[in-house]
Write a protein that binds this ligand. Structure first.
Ligand code: HEC
Length: 178
């Protein structure tokens, strides 16, 4: 990603010459504008860390994957949503006692913010294998390392987006005490 950005900076340095080109070679101007549009698109997503770029250091992922802070209220919804986090399938959580069917395959998440630091919670949600080894059955929610026999339309996709991970982490941080 950094490489793309730095090479695009070189491109955006060109506009100084653009008017000059415009007078002489319209074809090149078209190309230059085309490149400029790609640059804009790249910069818009520049803050999002792709699954392949995630760096886990000492069980921690230090920075927001989306480049923005998480929203705990959104995270609470994602946590409970059976088609997104579906965390309740495996984890009990008293904060969501209004929801039915809490699973008990994983530990209760009551007070989880007192057991793990935010940067560690991020790692657990991104790819639990990085914390609990390959033997965990908890899915990696922001990992492309999801094993074999993945449904064809899901290959190359993560279960949650970068922002949804941040929202869930922001929510987990609110789970203190029992
Ligand atoms: C298929 C079951 C499953 C699902 C779904 C699941 N987990 Fe887990 N999770 C586990 C298991 C099992 C563990 C315990 C680690 C181990 O031994 O593998 C765990 C551990 C954790 C821990 C550490 C808990 C502690 O007290 O140490 C956190 C935090 C966590 N999960 C969050 C989540 C969140 C958030 C979601 C939804 C986005 C989720 N999990 C979805 C099975 C699951």
């Amino acid at each position: 990603m950094n490489q793309i950005i730095s090479s695009t900076h070189t491109v955006s340095a060109v506009p100084g010459e653009r008017s000059h080109m415009f007078l002489r070679v319209p074809g090149i101007v078209g190309t230059t504008l085309g490149i400029a549009m790609v640059v804009t698109a790249t910069l818009t997503f520049a803050d999002v860390t792709s699954p392949a770029e995630v760096v886990v250091d000492n069980l921690r992922i230090e920075n927001s994957l989306s480049g923005s802070p998480g929203d705990a209220a959104e995270g609470r919804k994602t946590f409970a949503d059976r088609s997104l986090g579906n965390c309740l399938a495996c984890h009990a959580n008293s904060d969501l006692s209004d929801q039915l069917f809490h699973g008990d395959v994983g530990p209760s998440l009551n007070g989880v913010a007192e057991r793990w630091k935010p940067e560690q919670l991020r790692t657990i949600v991104v790819n639990a294998k990085d914390v609990f080894t390959d033997r965990t059955i908890m899915p990696g929610f922001y990992s492309l390392d999801v094993g074999e026999n993945v449904r064809e339309d899901l290959v190359g996709k993560t279960i949650l987006t970068a922002q949804q991970v941040e929202d869930v982490v922001a929510y987990l941080i609110t789970l203190k005490g029992s």
